[in-house]
Design a protein around this ligand. Structure first.
Ligand SMILES: Nc1nc2c(ncn2[C@@H]2O[C@H](COP(=O)(O)OP(=O)(O)OP(=O)(O)O)[C@@H](O)[C@H]2O)c(=O)[nH]1
Ligand SMILES: [Mg+2]
Length: 453
């Protein structure tokens, strides 16, 4: 039997409303000792899904008035009896109500403990529980949309489909292995292989979408780099939609890294405008160049900016060579000016996107190129994507086992060997959905949650 937990579920900051959540077998009684309903009722007389107005009081007297919302097991988020007390969103109010509950039979909830109970009570799969946190953390339209797909069971259903097919394949093999004499003279390896191939292709595609899905969920760190005066800050301002960075015609204007988050088709782009890369004279500019190079190294995407009206020089080359394997878009700026005749040389560093940052001409082309470069342009926004490394790891292990099973079938290995690999793959899929997962993994998942969720 679990105990009764309580936590403040809204941020601890002055706000219109604050909510304290209580869940567990003693939730109605514990909350009833702190919350006194107006009229002649007590909280434990209320049916599920009903609300009552009343007063909250602790050992030092009245704290606040507000509303109690009652949920009866199993029809609650956690699957247990639950009360949500809504009061004024004052920090002291919330703290005092929580203290009163702790003095009346509740213990403080750990991070994610409400959702953990929902998972343990079968209200959510592990992937759905993880998506609850992702939806809370979502800071852009694409991130929320993709979290909601998983929260509604997208990953769970897809993985369950693969699991069913593997179970079917395993059952075919088991029937043959156990009763080879009963009519199943030769196992129809074709049927079994079809199922395995289906799962292999489906899991392969799901794993293949992971990186693009991560961009939808987490956004992307994009650094604007180039030698001085090529128009980096002008590009920053074009993408930001306002004068975020200082622009002058002096080379070496930007020193510190200037950051701005923008939303591109719902995807969060964290832009950094950096100092122009050159052998700088002043100490401040040298430090700026060091920061620019460090940011380039850590970027997920670099906009490598060139002034299209001037010949490529050593500073341009130094910047382009510093890119290494980092995904980049070569941006040729200042298309309003006479182009340099050797501009085609830039093709060696990637297909250029030509723009005039000053007028904004080509801005949409650049935005499209950014979306394409981060893979998000190709991804159906409603596609089911794995949401974290834990899920990816389990999916990869299942995929490897299925690939090995397919290869063993082709190589004419014994059906026993194939059966073991299929069992192995099923085990990893069960880990992914949380149907069979160690307590350590479950604890690790919920440790990342906030208290009160
Ligand atoms: N003609 C023309 N000038 C531009 C264009 N984009 C930027 N400029 C001008 O180029 C000069 C330098 O622009 P910035 O955006 O400050 O260049 P930067 O790369 O950030 O320069 P640093 O911060 O010094 O490294 C300014 O005078 C801009 O107005 C363009 O598309 N066409
Ligand atoms: Mg600048």
């Amino acid at each position: 039997m679990s105990d009764t937990i309580a936590a403040i579920s809204t941020p601890l900051a002055p706000a219109g409303l604050g909510v304290i959540r209580i869940s567990g077998p003693d939730a109605l009684q514990a909350a009833g000792r702190v919350f006194c309903c107006a009229g002649n009722r007590t909280l434990d007389q209320l049916a599920g899904y009903t609300a009552a107005y009343g007063h909250m009081a602790g050992s030092r007297g009245e704290i606040d008035d507000g509303v109690a919302l009652v949920f009866r097991a199993p029809h609650s988020y956690t699957g247990e009896d639950t009360v949500e007390l809504s009061c004024h969103g004052g920090v002291e109010i919330l703290k005092q109500v929580l203290r009163a509950l702790l003095e009346n039979g509740c213990r403080p909830a750990g991070p994610g403990e409400f959702t953990k109970r929902a998972f343990l009570n079968g209200k959510l799969s592990l992937t759905q529980a993880e998506a609850v946190m992702d939806s809370i953390r979502a800071d852009g339209e694409a991130a929320l949309r993709s979290a909601n797909i998983v929260r509604r069971g997208g990953v769970y259903k897809e993985i369950s489909g693969y699991k069913e097919q593997l179970v079917q394949a395993a059952a075919m093999l088991a029937a043959y292995i156990d009763f080879p004499e009963e009519g199943l003279d030769e196992l129809d390896g074709g049927d079994c292989l079809n199922l395995l191939d289906n799962v292999k292709n489906g899991l392969g595609a799901l794993i293949g979408r992971y990186d693009a899905g991560a961009v939808l969920r987490n956004g992307i760190d994009c650094v604007i780099a180039g030698k001085p005066n090529v128009g980096k800050s002008t590009i920053m301002n074009l993408l930001a939609g306002y004068d975020r960075s200082i622009v002058t015609d002096e080379a070496g204007t930007t020193r510190d890294v200037v950051e701005q988050t923008v939303s591109l088709d719902g995807i969060t782009l964290r832009l950094s405008d950096t100092a122009g890369i050159r052998d700088a004279g002043s100490r401040a500019e040298q430090l700026g160049v060091q920061r620019a190079l460090a940011h380039m190294g850590a970027a997920q995407l670099v906009l490598a900016v060139i002034d299209g009206s001037r010949p490529l020089d050593d500073n341009d080359r130094k910047m382009l060579e510093h890119l290494g394997d980092t995904p980049r878009i070569v941006v040729v700026n200042k298309t309003d000016l006479q182009p340099d005749p050797d501009l085609t040389l830039i093709g060696a560093y990637g297909k250029p996107v030509c723009i005039c940052a000053k007028t904004g001409e080509g801005g949409d082309r650049l935005r499209q190129a950014i979306l394409a470069a981060c893979g998000a342009g190709r991804l159906d926004p409603d596609a089911v994507c794995l949401s974290n490394e834990r899920q990816l790891h389990a999916a990869r292990q299942a995929y490897d086992a299925v690939c090995a099973a397919v290869a063993d079938c082709a190589a004419g290995q014994t059906w026993d060997a194939v059966g073991i690999l299929i069992e192995d793959a099923i085990g990893h899929l069960l880990e992914l959905t949380g149907e069979s997962v160690s307590e350590t993994v479950v604890n690790r998942v919920f440790e990342q949650f906030c208290v009160g969720k």
